[in-house]
Design a protein around this ligand. Structure first.
Ligand SMILES: Cc1ncc(C[n+]2csc(CCOP(=O)(O)OP(=O)(O)O)c2C)c(N)n1
Length: 513
């Protein structure tokens, strides 16, 4: 067994059986080892697609995928979506090929400070010593990735082709998540009982699915506190029959307004609400200046256990939460705007689908107006680096065969990682990509005004308009093997959404705005 074969066998033994790959010459031995039938390899035509797909895969499977990246430049191409994945607490094993050790001294063109490129976004980073250490290092990388970490294993060519003997150690089981100490729960329970004003519970990460929202809903029903999420959450289970979590608004003024009544904010697997950006004259902290923040569970701790303990302490366990009722929104007619778009989506979503949301301005109303849709899950961008949507949708579809994935995209965001469509076509993934073609970076117009500049001058406006030349998303999709359609009315949009659910494989809908 050579090093690359030992590496792939170890990944499989550790449950990592999908690899989003973009290979090069230094990874030929790894490529050959990928022929192991236990490993599904998925070609991505840009490394940002590979890293984003691994993020989407982890979010849905709660188990890591690997990426295969080509030396420093390949890794660098994947960094933006590694940043998003890291923020989403998605575990990934990056295997990054490097030159043969003896070749590095000659400074061949692809030589770079590979570890320097990897370090800022990797929780775990190692250049393996040689073939004999590879299986052990791979096992460590898998253990780190299972623990929601970005693990980067640098693989010199000679480690790949060297003799690894029979070594193939399996990683230990994933770490147990810490349960918050009882005195913290007691403190929060006492505070809620004695609070002289409204209390807000802010949920994040794993508390936004499974029993998390339900327990929070019981606490809300028993005590009158409100429950919400940050503006961005890695994965939320929502829709009819579940407990609806409100969403703290994105724009600072609206967020400050939303949080104004609350003098106590309880955070679960997250920190206090902070503005995405700082603006002149506005605070970074969104809470009321007199509000106190109480951490029930830190990020990475077991927030569900914490909520259970809190519900116990408050005697809320036997109380029924307010279940979200099914709201059958009528199929909208006529003009396409954020509200009719949200209604069309709400009416069309099939049960158990996955909604990846990178719709920015156009999708601002979607979360509120889809609350009573059939039960579904939403994945949002935790890192703010656009170009996350189509790769994450690809990875989510790989992880959840049989479930339709809808990917809501701003046209500007769509252009970052468009190559995902090709992978979706090649793998016959059930993804419906919806591009909101407003022909501009519309959110930046708002941000320009928020910074106090009012209406942009002609040169500044040009930097936010993407209309010349006109992007033809239907043609772009067709060129990558994905059929597409263009819609100009709300009823046509709804019909196209419904139609896409009845056809296997990927499709694209360009929504003309
Ligand atoms: C990697 C990266 N580059 C640039 C930005 C800045 N940025 C934020 S939103 C945006 C434009 C998004 O345009 P679009 O997807 O069309 O949505 P719209 O603004 O029209 O709603 C840009 C360029 C970013 N967030 N991330």
């Amino acid at each position: 067994m050579n090093g690359a074969e030992a590496l792939v066998s170890t990944l499989i033994a550790g449950g990592v059986n999908t690899c989003f790959a973009n290979p090069g010459t230094s990874e030929m031995h790894f490529l050959s080892a990928l022929d192991n039938p236990g490993m599904k390899s998925v070609l991505c035509l840009f490394e940002g697609v590979a890293t984003g797909a691994a993020d989407g895969y982890f979010r849905m499977k709660e188990s890591p995928a690997a990426t295969l990246l080509h030396l420093g430049p390949g890794l660098a191409n994947g960094l933006a979506n590694l940043h998003n994945a890291r923020r989403a607490r998605s575990g990934i094993v990056n295997v990054v090929g490097d030159h043969v050790t003896t070749h590095l001294q000659y400074d061949a063109p692809l030589t770079s400070d590979l570890e320097g490129i990897a370090r800022p976004l990797s929780h775990w980073l190692r250049t393996t010593d040689g073939a004999h250490t590879l299986a052990h290092d791979a096992a460590q990388a898998v253990a780190a990735a299972r623990d929601c970490q970005i693990a980067t294993l640098v693989l010199p060519g000679d480690a790949s082709w060297g003799d690894a003997g029979e070594v193939c150690s399996s990683p230990a089981a994933g770490p147990v998540r810490a349960v918050p100490p009882a005195d913290r729960i007691d403190h929060v329970a006492r505070m809620i009982r004695n609070a002289d004003g409204p209390v807000l519970l802010v949920l994040a990460d794993r508390t936004c699915r499974g029993r998390g929202p339900e327990i929070a809903g019981k606490i809300a029903a028993a005590t009158g506190c409100s429950i919400a999420t940050q503006f961005f959450t890695n994965r939320i289970e929502r829709g009819a029959g579940r407990v609806t979590l409100e969403r703290i608004p994105y724009f600072v003024e609206a967020a400050v307004d939303y949080l104004k009544p609350f003098r106590h904010i309880v955070t679960v697997e997250t920190g206090e609400p902070i503005a995405f950006f700082a603006y002149p004259g506005w605070p970074s902290q969104l809470k009321h200046p007199e509000a106190q923040v109480h951490s029930l569970a830190l990020p990475g701790e077991d927030g569900k256990a914490a909520l259970d303990m809190l519900a116990d302490a408050l005697g809320a366990n036997l109380i029924a939460p307010a279940w979200q009722e099914r709201i059958q929104t009528p199929v909208p007619q006529g003009a396409l705007d954020p509200v009719s778009i949200a209604y069309a989506i709400a009416a069309a979503l099939p049960e158990n689908c996955i909604l990846v949301d990178e719709s920015l301005t156009t999708g601002r109303s979607s979360m509120t107006l889809t609350a009573g849709a059939l039960p579904h899950e939403t994945l949002q961008n935790m890192g703010g680096s656009i170009g996350f949507g189509t790769p994450v949708a690809t990875g989510a579809a790989m992880a959840c065969k049989g479930r339709r994935v809808f990917c809501l995209e701003g046209d500007g965001s769509m252009m970052y990682t468009l190559q995902s469509l090709w992978t979706q076509a090649r793998e016959s993934l059930d993804v419906t990509t919806i591009v909101f073609a407003n022909r501009k970076y519309k959110i930046l117009e708002a941000e320009y005004a928020n910074m106090g500049f009012g209406t942009p001058g002609p040169r500044a406006a040009e930097m936010m308009e993407i209309d010349q030349p006109t992007l033809d998303f239907v043609a772009l999709a067709k060129g990558m093997g994905v059929p597409g359609t263009r819609v100009e009315t709300a009823e046509d949009f709804h019909a196209a959404l419904v139609r896409s659910c009845g056809e296997a494989g990927p499709t694209l809908i360009e929504v003309t705005l």
